[in-house]
Design a protein. Sequence first.
Lengths: 340, 340, 340, 340, 340, 340
Amino acid sequence: MTRYGPMFGPDYTFLGVPACDWQDPATYADAEVVIVGAPFDGGTSHRPGARFGPQVIRGTDYLPHDGSRPHLAMRVDALAGVKDAGDLEVYSGEIQRSCQTIEDAVAFVTANGAIPVILGGDHTVTWPDVTGVARHHGPGKISVIHFDAHADTGDIEFGSLYGHGQPMRRLIESGAVRGDRFLQLGLRGYWPGPDVLDWMADQGMTSFHMSEIVDQGLDAVLDRAFQIALDGCTGVFLSVDIDVCDPGHAPGTGTPEPGGLTARQLLDSVSRICQELPVVGMDIVEVSPPFDHAEITAMLGNRVVLEALSGMARRRHDAGGPRWNRATPLLKDRGTNPTS
Amino acid sequence: MTRYGPMFGPDYTFLGVPACDWQDPATYADAEVVIVGAPFDGGTSHRPGARFGPQVIRGTDYLPHDGSRPHLAMRVDALAGVKDAGDLEVYSGEIQRSCQTIEDAVAFVTANGAIPVILGGDHTVTWPDVTGVARHHGPGKISVIHFDAHADTGDIEFGSLYGHGQPMRRLIESGAVRGDRFLQLGLRGYWPGPDVLDWMADQGMTSFHMSEIVDQGLDAVLDRAFQIALDGCTGVFLSVDIDVCDPGHAPGTGTPEPGGLTARQLLDSVSRICQELPVVGMDIVEVSPPFDHAEITAMLGNRVVLEALSGMARRRHDAGGPRWNRATPLLKDRGTNPTS
Amino acid sequence: MTRYGPMFGPDYTFLGVPACDWQDPATYADAEVVIVGAPFDGGTSHRPGARFGPQVIRGTDYLPHDGSRPHLAMRVDALAGVKDAGDLEVYSGEIQRSCQTIEDAVAFVTANGAIPVILGGDHTVTWPDVTGVARHHGPGKISVIHFDAHADTGDIEFGSLYGHGQPMRRLIESGAVRGDRFLQLGLRGYWPGPDVLDWMADQGMTSFHMSEIVDQGLDAVLDRAFQIALDGCTGVFLSVDIDVCDPGHAPGTGTPEPGGLTARQLLDSVSRICQELPVVGMDIVEVSPPFDHAEITAMLGNRVVLEALSGMARRRHDAGGPRWNRATPLLKDRGTNPTS
Amino acid sequence: MTRYGPMFGPDYTFLGVPACDWQDPATYADAEVVIVGAPFDGGTSHRPGARFGPQVIRGTDYLPHDGSRPHLAMRVDALAGVKDAGDLEVYSGEIQRSCQTIEDAVAFVTANGAIPVILGGDHTVTWPDVTGVARHHGPGKISVIHFDAHADTGDIEFGSLYGHGQPMRRLIESGAVRGDRFLQLGLRGYWPGPDVLDWMADQGMTSFHMSEIVDQGLDAVLDRAFQIALDGCTGVFLSVDIDVCDPGHAPGTGTPEPGGLTARQLLDSVSRICQELPVVGMDIVEVSPPFDHAEITAMLGNRVVLEALSGMARRRHDAGGPRWNRATPLLKDRGTNPTS
Amino acid sequence: MTRYGPMFGPDYTFLGVPACDWQDPATYADAEVVIVGAPFDGGTSHRPGARFGPQVIRGTDYLPHDGSRPHLAMRVDALAGVKDAGDLEVYSGEIQRSCQTIEDAVAFVTANGAIPVILGGDHTVTWPDVTGVARHHGPGKISVIHFDAHADTGDIEFGSLYGHGQPMRRLIESGAVRGDRFLQLGLRGYWPGPDVLDWMADQGMTSFHMSEIVDQGLDAVLDRAFQIALDGCTGVFLSVDIDVCDPGHAPGTGTPEPGGLTARQLLDSVSRICQELPVVGMDIVEVSPPFDHAEITAMLGNRVVLEALSGMARRRHDAGGPRWNRATPLLKDRGTNPTS
Amino acid sequence: MTRYGPMFGPDYTFLGVPACDWQDPATYADAEVVIVGAPFDGGTSHRPGARFGPQVIRGTDYLPHDGSRPHLAMRVDALAGVKDAGDLEVYSGEIQRSCQTIEDAVAFVTANGAIPVILGGDHTVTWPDVTGVARHHGPGKISVIHFDAHADTGDIEFGSLYGHGQPMRRLIESGAVRGDRFLQLGLRGYWPGPDVLDWMADQGMTSFHMSEIVDQGLDAVLDRAFQIALDGCTGVFLSVDIDVCDPGHAPGTGTPEPGGLTARQLLDSVSRICQELPVVGMDIVEVSPPFDHAEITAMLGNRVVLEALSGMARRRHDAGGPRWNRATPLLKDRGTNPTS
């Protein structure tokens, strides 16, 4: 196997799922999902450290790392059908080479039938992540649901076209994603400026500011987003920047912006999306361990992945039938639960 | 006096209340509540440190440690009628001996007419805490309201029947508590597995998952719990695992699980329970100072105790009459406030 | 210029706005707002460190410190018309001299036509802050909206009339502010005692306890406060103690009290107040960097100031016309947005 | 008893020694040493927090707080004959009143026959500490041995004569201590400037810079200091600023200066001084818990006190006879050890 | 393979060496050294957390975890011939069962020809570690060199014979090790008391207090220790408690005692011992990650193991010939270096 | 002025020295030294964060930031003749462009007669730093004295020729510096491997391992280094990687290696070098604030620069005459001190 393994620290997989080699499709022929680490933080404009994101998202859990995680309420095993390809060899000092490596790997995994779940890394990686997925599904054919405090639609920063503030612009400019199928939730703060906001409006983007989410309610906003996402697209890419959560819930990140979602809100949203929509790829980015405390951000990153995987698993289980309902009492109606 | 005193660090009482000796009932003949420290964390499956819980729950407050805490809104002194028996001599390496010591002390205090409030320690201590109370009130006669991210109904862990993941199972198996009078709030995450959930359902337990609480509203869930708790039981034991709160609000704990209650929700719930129900015992567990930041978890643990004591005091004050209402403006209707 | 500059660390202004000298009105003739640092924490009853508040509130932001901050949703530049006078020379060991220095500076700035925004320091500074503003507007002519976990209406503490627990009492006693135009939001915990609460009621103060805010809803409570604030007063002073937020959102403070507002709630409230009311002065206090983690409290302090400045700017822009509405989609109706 | 008790947090004594009341000499008639807390940090020029010094110096130890500490090598009980008077009521905002309180207490304790050991607080307190002792022994009759990174001989700082940068100047100016009997060890860095150094030289002070200590060896420097200290003085006051140690050994302090002593060097020096010289008073200052990590500075402060007390105890034991020798093997010659 | 794997967190080996199963000697037939994790901290008297010691000692290094570590100066690969058996299943709440598990594993590995290197865990584990080795070599046939701030020769603590303060007493009492072949370096502080010191002297122990090490020089003390260690014994067990280092160098430990060795001194000592003496077993204990900062203690623990392994490797290489000399310039005399 | 200003955070200069623009020589015509920030950490192989090095090295000091720092013992003003050009615009994601920017700036400043003192950034920057200086002085004409735990002579890492592990190799390969005039102090640990060590030996490098420094004494090693450095070279470049110090003294760095120099040793060495040798350029690298505690590493970085500047200033003052001697008592012989 030519698997690169871990870029930093010891070699282990996401909570103990089987390892695979992304270059050898036979190693993940039976997998629904392939996890890929993209430990790149050379595109960060402020506090770096997201390079250690894959390491801690994979390894932060107080339960046995045994490759199995039955969801308490959904009664499905989040890790069934999941394999981990380890990290890609990226290098903070060389952003274009690193992005190419990521794009190629994501495209290859997608083409071989697995849903890629990429562990960042800073948000730069969403450019190659989505591009890689779009190479398979076709330009404009997948919508993006993007949780973030920031729009990440900047043009040139620090003299470069590439970085964690620009991936969404590059994706729309290249045609990989249609601007009017780009959905953002959780924006707030003081960036970007009016010219960029105008560009975003011109693309037809839909961006929900936190004050609008407070005003309308999160579920209502998600409902609207879902309608747009499925209009003319065959799949959805989910990109979660951990800084969409309030810094109190996710201090371990590079550009924290006060006033965000709670962890509960993010977990519930991710769960809904992966149950209700045809997710064809996902990334979780900007978990930066050097700024974390007591591993709470790392743990949240891990749980975002697990909720997503649980949602996907439940969607597969419920295919065509009634969906799991979060109002269902935990210990009732066990007959309808897949694992009981 | 044979009082053991503190297991770790200097000897002081909860916010300066008078000391007593649990083995000498005369020292707490006039007390409504006796605080007991159970600095045991040998049953922790992951991050230890809850042994320092009693020390910090007793001592973390910016106000004078003068044995008096008038509640701002309820207008009662939380600490009137409260004494502190210090710590019990427990030892992390010997779990069964430690549990026996706790059970005996709690049973003795209860038998002598005081409500025991036990400061843990890890959740292992709820097994002897509730058993001790039940020795006085009779098996199956007290219900349990249990705030936690975890069900703690495991069977054998690390080769042992005893630990912080199993107390609720031991309590139901021994008959100390009826399974259908066991109420859990705040569960989430990926533990325990389906077999244990089935066992729980078979016992008739009622366990509210966080997503159900979000869906139904916390007050509605509490209303349902209160109905069950009072059905055929003469008292309620309140067990608060601090990890029921989101790690952003309570990072200082051993097995943090993202997506929990806010501190406000927990405080309001504890206050309601102790005002509206006949609480006969309480514990607060899993406050682990080594993982805390700026003492915020320690402070929350302290406030959970104070809100509970305030609720009990107000309940005594209002006995038979109208209850305090949180909608009451703080500075109005002073005529009806006990302390003004 | 006789500008004192910074009391601690390097000399820089709030996010790069132009410097001015408070003693030289010509240097801020064109300013709407003058920022003044009051790095005094000698009045703190518990954890000190708020002396470093001005330094971190000015300097904590991941964006370029270029003196410009267009608000994402309100479409105004928060920093247009803002200058920074640096710190005042205060000294923790000499509280009365320090307060006199602050009062004189604030009064002078106000008399010269600018709105003072004071960066504390501990809450002691609100006594000279509001007194200084009231010297210009007249006694009893400005109301105070006060966000805090604590009433700060103590009489004598540690043998002194002056300190961070007493400013509101001094202000009402001196006649600078009418008691019945003093509005408090977010109170909770166990201080002050019944006698002080009675004194507060006697003054006609309106103090919203957190449980009342939960019960009634934050917007409803603000609506009630706004009605009182504008009754017979010509201006409003906004005083924000960062500890009004839950310690999970603002650990970096001296006397954290669990169960507070979320950061989102505070930011939305400040924004509403500065848009809807004629704010004539503001302070932000009790940000204590030594107890912060990953700069999340510092960042929140910075954003409280920016939301306030944005609200003021939008109020100036909308003068007489329709106000910005937080339900407005971020990328729609650009024609009505001032900066696009 | 009118004992004030603790200023911050719970009430307990230094490692469990008996409490006394400094205003009631009968309560310490049998004591050799009386410990007094001076939790004042209003004189700090930079990072505050030393107000919590007394609390952590008294309480940081992993051994039982039982009022007994036999020294491993010296074979004396450091705590025999030691009582703790609790804290004095000082207030950060009022430096002169606070200093007067301290001076009066120290003078009174000294006049009543006990050696005062003062737990700071910032270095401001050495001014009243030494003045208080000198009121009994007579002006110019006690020498001072002062461990510090800084000379603390400033004149006016922040517009005040009083603060933690000026106590040594005030002591020499007042005549309490002769400049040529003032001995300083560990100075380094960039303060004070040449004019103050000239003033120091004019007073005949002897100040050992760290580079001189490295060059000559610590024991040789101590030998020279001892000769001066005993020339015409009847007693020695030992003042230890914890920042004399390298920040790696003592990060929890207000003005850390790299390149200092190791903890071992400080402990050995304190031990030698208290064994070989007639110490009549001592203080330990500038332990600032908010900046500490894992309590290592607090623990060092505790051990500085214990080494001093052990040295004094051994000096009393060896009175007139041969002194303990650190080259003595730990488990040999037990016949000559007092406690075996 | 029945290998238990990791007790906490992901499964990986010490810096990537091959895994083995201690119960299956064939898996380490070719190994010189077998690493065994003993993640037990139920015997800690104060700050727990050493259960995470094996995890961080194995995994903390910024270099690739590739199973190879050529020593810069000694020119041998520290990891040649090293395998890692993972953790043993121990449980903090059950100390006797856990110790028996450890003793059996260590004895079995020793009997099968490998040198066991045990990663603790608290110091309790040295009792089964040395007992296990002595079961093979014979009672009294191995000497112990013990680096520690504490003698660990207590009798009963917290009502138990077993714990991290008593292993050395149990080993001498059982006859596993002769008291006069027990060598301790680095003792300091205030424990144990005179009676225990007398017991130690009666056993003929040699315990070097830090002040004696300062006085005599570390190399001289080591020379004396080596002479005793080889007198009538066929092997040496090296037990390193990380708290022998000063808390400034090793804050991440349970019972830090100021005034210890530097990291450099410990590394040099370990290197000398493993080169110059026939080491037949080793443990490294009391690394407690919850109290560490920036992984410096974890890294030191890792380097203690590597220096020991390098010393052993160089000893094998130099067998019978001239030894490596630390005065040798790094880049000279390459002809005599084994790896060049 | 086209000065770029700060890359991160507010704009201020090193302790308040005057600002200059490196592209405009007139702005530093009178300067001896020009400080240049190189906030680049894209070449880090492990923990990033050194991008914030310039910010904290410039701004971490408890004294007034007034552009003046008289050295206590040397009696010269370290900051006389020093200006600060701010940061260069570098970008972590683009290493070659960033290095070119640095090289050009350093070369230009050198050509214009000032000594460049570069604040890193990771050690990558030493490649352009020294290359830039060598462009002026000529290839092979300046020697390098390099303090570091690591040799930084790797060839290709993460697929790149450029990074913080390779600058010294690039400098020797390009001919900028002769291998036999490259002097390294403080090496330790397990990198690089034998092949790279052989390459280093082939170049004639002199690399002092920590064990050799312990064995020979630091001053003796420096004496040997000085002899080589001045043999045929006209100037010396001093490169200080803060990780040459032990992690206990400098935890805030990317690749900490236990067993290093003390802070005192580093400060004394830097002082000697800058007094005794013709230093023509200097950099200080690898200060990584995210991993620092209580700013102790930042402060050490600041002091390394100040000791260097003080040494240079004293060298200019003593030109041709007797040198300052660290054995000189601090308050004696003031006649010979330049500033008294």
